[in-house]
Ligand binder design. Sequence first.
Ligand SMILES: Nc1nc2c(c(=O)[nH]1)N[C@H]1C(S)=C(S)[C@@H](COP(=O)(O)O)O[C@H]1N2
Ligand SMILES: [Mo]
Length: 199
Amino acid sequence: MAIISRGFSGRRSATDEKLPPGQYVTTGFPVLSAGPTPHVPLDQWEFTIDDGANVMLRWDWKSFQDLPAEKFTVDIHCVTRWSKFGTTWEGVSLDTLFADVKTDASHALVRSYGGYTTNLPLNDLLNKQAWIAFKFEGEDLAAEHGGPARLLVPHLYLWKSAKWVHGITLMKKDEPGFWERLGYHNYGDPWREQRYWSD
Ligand SMILES: Nc1nc2c(c(=O)[nH]1)N[C@H]1C(S)=C(S)[C@@H](COP(=O)(O)O)O[C@H]1N2
Ligand SMILES: [Mo]
């Protein structure tokens, strides 16, 4: 019935407009991890940007915390079809991390503690589209959700938002990450329903 009356009114609800095709809204926060949760002590944590040969930039937890952080509120979309609206985070914009980086790389491979990787065009990490987040809803990010820090790239399916993030390798040639090698779409735009290789 809802579909018929929506057809007559010709209007989409506010929820529909924020919900990519094939997704449903959840208020919970499911945990999806391909392996065990790595526990990284803060005095051993580090985040690096490298070009495949050399480390270009390196932060320890203290120098990372000294960077300017932002609060941001975004909708997130998992390829397993749940979406969660209005999640609030605090983290450092990738624009801040890349401010002094000169590179002709086209792509990035994001690397996590535990060995998880995911690839994306470098442009998708820049221009206010991605953060390294260390707080969720005002609290330190729980280990199961990627604490101490995770990437957040909310405009792509959530498998691109690497938990327990450890570094970024800049690449002149694209290279698939963990799920991308196993059949998930190379880019993963939820609005174009790019779930799997064949989409
Ligand atoms: N390091 C790492 N990051 C990861 C994953 C993972 O298995 N390992 N799973 C991805 C997938 S498939 C999803 S949907 C989200 C889930 O984040 P959540 O567990 O906080 O909901 O993390 C992504 N980031
Ligand atoms: Mo996922």
